[in-house]
Design a protein around this ligand. Sequence first.
Ligand code: NAP
Length: 162
Amino acid sequence: MISLIAAVGENLEIGKNNALIWHLSKDLKYFQEITLNHKVIMGYNTYLSIGHPLKNRDNIVIVDDKHKIKDKNIKVYDNIDELIKKEINNKEECFIIGGASMYKYFYTLCDRMYLTLIKASDKEADTYFPDYRKDNWQKKIIREDNEKGINFAFCLFERIEK
Ligand SMILES: NC(=O)c1ccc[n+]([C@@H]2O[C@H](COP(=O)([O-])OP(=O)(O)OC[C@H]3O[C@@H](n4cnc5c(N)ncnc54)[C@H](OP(=O)(O)O)[C@@H]3O)[C@@H](O)[C@H]2O)c1
């Protein structure tokens, strides 16, 4: 089962200069809770941006040249079909944790999306989440919160039909 997890602004923005736009500790804590002990799958830029493997999770990275990643704690793939075949199954939930290229690829394949909807649109961005709003999802607001004067909502989107 494939789930996407992301923090998304009002204009679908998710990143700038290979970094996150908002640094909200409550969102990072939520991300940690949801993904703990699961597989986390990311693109190479997101891996570089995080800078280390995420603890207590199976870290999986997709990259054109596998030799770019020396860390033995990371599972590396250079072929996305192979990654899907070997790592994704119906029994366990695995998480696509970014970035834009990965969200785009897996958007039509995923069953769920855990989106932190940030109620802001004033920051510059260069990477965006797919426009999920035009599609049919069942949305549940898990919790609303705020930090540093920014309001946000932790939401779960379940696909109605594939
Ligand atoms: N707001 C959020 O929740 C959130 C979460 C995660 C990331 N982000 C942000 O998203 C931005 C990064 O997104 P991005 O799209 O630039 O990068 P990305 O998706 O993290 O990584 C892209 C790279 O992954 C590799 N890759 C992707 N698909 C591949 C395939 N099919 N086969 C082989 N390699 C493949 C390529 O690496 P090589 O070219 O090196 O081979 C590609 O350049 C950053 O700003 C980051 O902070 C935001």
